[in-house]
Ligand binder design. Structure first.
Ligand code: 2DT
Length: 212
């Protein structure tokens, strides 16, 4: 029987690139076109693991760097059964950050290789499409001050951006770069042009495994 699974679509990017706004708009647009779709985000702060991560990001607790990396990964793995079920039911998932943020953020810390950071996420459901909302630091700065959570400094974000650039060289992942300096509608329209092919492919190919 031909599978009619949903597509797994991920939006990545540095802070203030507009990921969350665009995820919401994309889900809305898909629903209006009669395509079942739901948004997810990582970290999912609602689970027990997610609450540990949230306290860490809010600087209410300190965690050792390897430990927090593994918690971010565990937070994805704990949601894999839910993700797979929804995809099998034909629901398209639009995901705000995924393993790529996991690797980019931890490997921006001293002493962490890309390879080490990728290992725990190896085998996760592989996105059919990963869109990187590209925004240079000067343009990001025009969008206002950084917040007060951990990682929200320009020096760290620059290092994260460099790690994303490295990750995007991996041709086993279907990366598309979107110019996030456009207005909200412009970015949304670009995103929509990129998803046109994804549904046909997702319906005809089984869900893959990331970095395998
Ligand atoms: P937001 O909730 O504002 O997106 O910020 N992060 C995220 C990691 O360090 N590792 C991960 O695996 C993920 C998914 C990015 C969440 C912050 O947590 C960082 C910013």
């Amino acid at each position: 029987m031909a599978s009619k699974r949903g597509a797994l679509i991920v939006l990545e990017g540095v802070d203030r690139a507009g990921k969350t706004t665009q995820c919401k708009k994309l889900v809305q647009a898909l629903l209006e076109n009669g395509r079942p779709a739901e948004m997810m985000r990582f970290p999912d702060r609602s689970t027990t693991i997610g609450q540990l991560i949230s306290a860490y990001l809010e600087k209410k607790s300190d965690l050792e760097d390897h430990t927090v990396h593994l918690l971010f990964s565990a937070n994805r793995w704990e949601l894999v059964p839910v993700m797979k079920k929804k995809l099998e039911q034909g629901i398209t998932l639009v995901v705000d950050r995924y393993a790529f943020s996991g690797v980019a953020f931890t490997s921006a810390k001293p002493g962490f290789s890309l390879d080490w950071c990728m290992k725990p996420d190896e085998g996760l459901p592989k996105p059919d499409l990963v869109m990187f909302l590209q925004l240079n630091p000067a343009e990001a700065a025009l969008r206002g001050q950084f917040g007060t959570e951990r990682y929200e400094t320009s020096a760290f974000q620059k290092a994260v951006h460099e790690r994303f650039e490295q990750l995007m060289k991996d041709s086993s992942v279907n990366w598309k770069v979107i110019d996030a300096s456009q207005n909200t509608e412009g970015v949304h329209n670009d995103i929509r042009t990129h998803i046109l092919n994804v549904f046909n492919e997702a319906q005809n190919t089984p869900l893959g495994e990331l970095w395998r």
